[in-house]
Design a protein around this ligand. Structure first.
Ligand SMILES: [Mg+2]
Length: 157
C-alpha cells in the first residue's frame, strides 16, 4: 500500500512504471469535502496531471449519482455510484467500464476500512491519502475513523 498526505503528492511516474493505467478515485474527503459538489484544488491538479500522463480516470463511490454528478462534471471524468466498498464489485464494474483489468488500476481513497479492502479484494493497487477534513462526516464513517486511527497507530501507517 502506498500512502501520501495529499492527492497531488501521488507519484504518477512510479505508478505508470509499475503498469498502472487507471486511477479509481474515491469522492468524499478524497476529491472534495464530504458532500461538497466542488473538487479540491489538489483534485483538479491530480486529475489534470493524470490525464496528461495518459491515465484513465473514474470516480468510484458508495454515494449515489446525484452526489457524484457535479464532481464528475467539474473534473470531466466518469463515475460509478453505489460501489458498496469495502466489497470489490463496484471497483470491478469500474475497471470493466474502462476496459482494464483491476490489476492495471490504482484505487485512490482516504478510508483504510472501505477503499483499501475493496482494492485489495479485486487486486487493484492501493493508494491511501489523508482525508481532507474529518470534522463533518457521515455517522458510520465517524465510527470507522476511530478504528482507523487505532490501526494507523498500531501498524504505524
Ligand atoms: Mg472517502
Amino acid at each position: 500500500m502506498d500512502r501520501f498526505a495529499r492527492l497531488e503528492e501521488i507519484d504518477l511516474d512510479r505508478l505508470k512504471a509499475d503498469g498502472v493505467r487507471a486511477l479509481l478515485l474515491d469522492a468524499d474527503n478524497t476529491l472534495g469535502l464530504w458532500q461538497d459538489p466542488a473538487p479540491s484544488q489538489g483534485a483538479l491538479r491530480l486529475v489534470w496531471e493524470a490525464k496528461q500522463a495518459g491515465f484513465s480516470l473514474i470516480i468510484v463511490s458508495n454515494a449515489g449519482a446525484e452526489r457524484l454528478q457535479p464532481l464528475s462534471k467539474a473534473l470531466d471524468i466518469p463515475f460509478m455510484p453505489r460501489c458498496g466498498k469495502p466489497l470489490p464489485f463496484g471497483l470491478l464494474r469500474a475497471a470493466r467500464a474502462l476496459g482494464l483489468s483491476p490489476r492495471r488500476c490504482a484505487m485512490v481513497g482516504d478510508q483504510l476500512l472501505t477503499d483499501m479492502p475493496a482494492a485489495f479484494l479485486c487486486g487493484a493497487r492501493r493508494v491511501l491519502v489523508d482525508p481532507l477534513d474529518t470534522s463533518r462526516e457521515f455517522g458510520g464513517t465517524r465510527i470507522n475513523r476511530r478504528i482507523e486511527r487505532l490501526l494507523k497507530r498500531l501498524f504505524r501507517l
